[in-house]
Write a protein that binds this ligand. Structure first.
Ligand SMILES: *Cc1c(COP(=O)(O)O)cnc(C)c1O
Length: 343
């Protein structure tokens, strides 16, 4: 993955995605003591940056590909359904019986077929792989794919152009497709920038894998940053190595800290941002980084359940309701931030 791949992706997807913009945050700049810029990517079509990677991957399919398949229920499934429809391709999204009917309906509303199979994400993934082999559909995973990573990297080009002298960027980190793409682009254009990954403390699979030196499975737990949940794949081929080479620090946040980020964005920036998209702001509010120059914080998604958002804003439950989100287990609490990479 090089910046040339990302520039090529930008030329390919530009007509189908919105360009982001960076807005200064007065409130956060005062608080942090350095200029803070918020990149508005939560206003992307489909409500998250994932449209970039999905659109690039779909554009790169060989002519005659009959369609695409994936097993993601969240922002990637939505983005892929949209990108496939824009090209007139069939899209199949495999979901387990655990995925609620409203989410199935949201995918169907974008014109995708929904296959409900099994009782876990693993079952859904196995079905997606089977359909790929059997029906010749292209399997497009949410992060571990060069075309997906290059597409996500186009956001990094925009951020580097908008704030060329940024000293640090705070990137939400889950499977690492966003981090790998954005950090590749930004470090190419601004070599001195520090790229910091931010995850929730509960089930931070990439942080645990960086520490272990290989992909590890972590216990998945409900979190306000639901779009950052899930593993990196025990057969991870691209993102673990890429993130390891580019990452300068990792910050892991509590549920209360993430809730504070969502609340700040609403009250002070007048933005509705989902938990996974608010972790950068949450890290700043929690005083978890020291910066000596402009900081860039991409707001990566808006797709929060609005009833949950209302509860968080009302301050009823900083931790969501106790039955939604159990207390951290000792096992999850003991994952310390990983050390800065050696490279
Ligand atoms: C998927 C997602 C992320 C994390 O992206 P990865 O490539 O999986 O690391 C961050 N924010 C939002 C809103 C997402 O949907």
């Amino acid at each position: 993955m090089t910046v040339a791949d990302i520039l090529a992706a930008r030329a390919r997807i530009a007509p189908q995605v919105r360009r982001s913009f960076a807005a200064p945050s007065e409130a956060l700049s005062v608080r942090v003591g350095a200029p803070v810029w918020l990149t508005h990517e939560h206003q992307q079509i489909t409500g998250a940056f994932k449209l970039r990677g999905a659109t690039n991957a779909v554009a790169r399919l060989p002519a005659g590909t009959p369609g695409v398949v994936t097993a993601s229920t969240g922002n990637h499934g939505r983005a892929l359904a949209h990108a496939a429809r824009a090209r007139g391709l069939r899209a199949v999204v495999c979901l387990s019986h655990l995925v609620p009917e409203n989410k199935r309906a949201a995918v169907r509303a974008l014109g995708a077929e929904v296959r409900v199979i099994g009782h876990s994400q693993d079952d859904a993934q196995a079905e997606a792989a089977r359909l790929a082999a059997e029906a010749g559909l292209a399997l497009i995973p949410p992060f571990d794919h060069p075309d997906v990573i290059a597409g996500q990297g186009t956001l990094g080009l925009e951020m580097a152009e908008d704030v060329p002298d940024a000293a640090a960027v705070l990137i939400p980190l889950s499977g690492g497709g966003l981090f790998a793409g954005v950090a590749t682009a930004m470090k190419a254009l601004n070599p001195g920038i520090r790229a910091i990954g931010v995850s929730m403390r509960r089930g931070a699979a990439m942080a645990a894998s960086l520490r272990a030196g290989h992909p590890v499975a972590v216990t998945e737990a409900p979190t306000l940053a639901d779009s950052l949940g899930g593993g990196i794949g025990l057969d991870n081929r691209h993102t673990l190595d890429a993130v390891r080479a580019l990452i300068d620090d990792v910050i892991l946040l509590s549920e209360a800290e993430i809730a504070a980020g969502i609340r700040h964005l609403y009250h002070h920036e007048r933005q509705i941002v989902e938990g996974g998209g608010a972790v950068g702001v949450a890290a700043l509010l929690a005083g978890r980084i020291t910066v000596r120059g402009p900081v860039l914080v991409p707001l990566t998604g808006a797709n929060i359940d609005m009833a949950l958002h209302a509860r968080i804003i009302a301050g009823h439950d900083a931790h969501a309701s106790p039955e939604d989100i159990p207390e951290n287990t000792p096992e999850q609490e003991t994952i310390p931030p990983c050390p800065p990479s050696a490279s």
